[in-house]
Write a protein that binds this ligand. Structure first.
Ligand code: ATP
Ligand code: MG
Ligand code: MG
Length: 353
């Protein structure tokens, strides 16, 4: 058999591993342990492991292909590994997705429409950006943000000092606040031969910047805008010669789909595909990076509801298990923290009881 290497040790890697195992692959996970050490030591520990060339070379030699579940794997790590083993998708996609400014410019150059934005390298640039973009607006760190972390909202230019402090004065991008009807994602897989397939786009609801639910069927405005968003994502993937699952987050507005961000990986808004599609995002990602034929992405039954279990919500698992239709996923994380994704639950063909 063959061995698939996965960079990153979170729930996405776990679910990729489950899909890989089903297809007969062995799995190696390269995951600096961030839970077992003190937080301040953890950052150094993690970086040292990503830089450890002898460990990386040993990992590469044990794998037939390597992929990642986490978009903040250092690009240099992927470049180093690429000298030893095929890494799919490649470092190019990672480099773009790690930097909100590069990403927005790249997508705009391909004809996509992000929200109005301006670079904010320092406090003075924030004033210029506000004059340019206007308020309300959102200030986002260029790098490392996830689940709404590293973001500050500004209702007027008076909020500039507080917002700049709130993001710890990191290099940032200021984005105009988009008035949207709904949010949705495009979930796409692209094979080694360039074949692309899409899952149906769910409507995504966020609470406090964190994905709360993804549901199908989505409102009509999303169904109307899905094709334009898909065309953009396919263009992005072709430009990168992308292999694997690629996700695009969009705002459905009265002026069409506005590009929010992309993720060069399987995505939380695609977890419903485990039970709700013929082939899940995880299985198709494995098929793509392993060079196998892609599986059918059709939705099996409607409605579909995927709800995240965040923080203390994980304590609801026993009650959820009493609902025979609830498909419960518990990630087994050691620590329950507010705002942390600890599991999810999916209903297919029926609504939550
Ligand atoms: P993820 O966990 O998806 O990577 P993130 O931390 O990268 O999240 P974003 O996707 O940029 O954050 O923003 C999180 C949420 O905040 C969005 O899904 C949306 O609900 C809201 N949001 C972000 N940018 C804007 C905007 N320009 N206008 C309106 N709402 C926005
Ligand atoms: Mg993001
Ligand atoms: Mg997002």
């Amino acid at each position: 058999g063959s061995t698939i290497g996965i960079l990153g040790g979170g729930q996405l890697g776990r679910m990729l591993g489950q899909a890989a195992a089903q297809l007969g692959y062995r799995i190696h996970i390269y995951a600096p342990d961030r839970e077992s050490v003190a937080a301040d030591v953890a950052a150094q520990h993690t970086q040292a492991a990503w830089d450890d060339e002898s460990r990386l070379a040993a990992f590469a030699s044990a794998c037939d292909v390597v992929t990642f579940e986490f978009e903040n794997v250092p690009v240099d790590t992927v470049r180093f590994l690429s000298g030893h083993v095929a890494v799919r998708p490649g470092g190019g996609a990672l480099e773009i997705a790690q930097d909100r400014l590069i990403e927005k410019n790249f997508v705009a150059d391909l004809g996509g429409r992000p929200a109005p934005f301006a670079a904010v390298a320092n406090r003075a640039a924030l004033d210029t950006a506000l004059a340019d973009v206007g308020a309300p607006a959102i200030l986002k760190t260029v790098r490392m943000g996830y689940d709404g972390k590293g973001q500050a909202r500004l209702t007027s230019p008076d909020d500039a000092d507080a917002a700049w402090d709130a993001i710890d004065r990191h290099a940032a991008v200021l984005e105009g606040f988009v008035t949207f009807a709904h949010e949705f994602s495009v979930l796409m897989v692209r094979g080694i031969d360039g074949e692309t397939r899409f899952w149906d786009s769910p409507v995504n609801v966020h609470e406090h910047g964190i994905l709360a639910t993804s549901s199908l069927p989505p409102p009509q405005i999303i169904r109307d805008q899905q094709d334009e968003a898909r065309a953009l994502l396919a263009k992005i993937a072709d430009a990168l010669d992308y292999v694997g699952v690629l996700t695009g987050e969009f705002f459905a507005t009265e002026n069409g789909p506005i590009f929010n961000e992309m993720a060069p990986r399987v995505h939380n808004s695609g977890h419903w595909t485990i039970e709700g599609a013929v082939t899940s995002q995880f299985e198709n990602h494995i098929r793509a990076v392993a060079g196998l034929p892609l599986g059918d992405t059709s939705t099996t039954a409607l409605p579909v509801v995927m709800r995240n279990l965040i923080g203390a919500e994980i304590e609801g698992v026993p009650a959820l298990l009493a609902d025979g239709a609830a498909r419960v996923h518990h990630y087994g994380k050691a620590e329950v923290r507010e705002g942390r994704k600890l599991g999810h639950v999916t209903w297919v063909g029926t609504l939550p009881s």
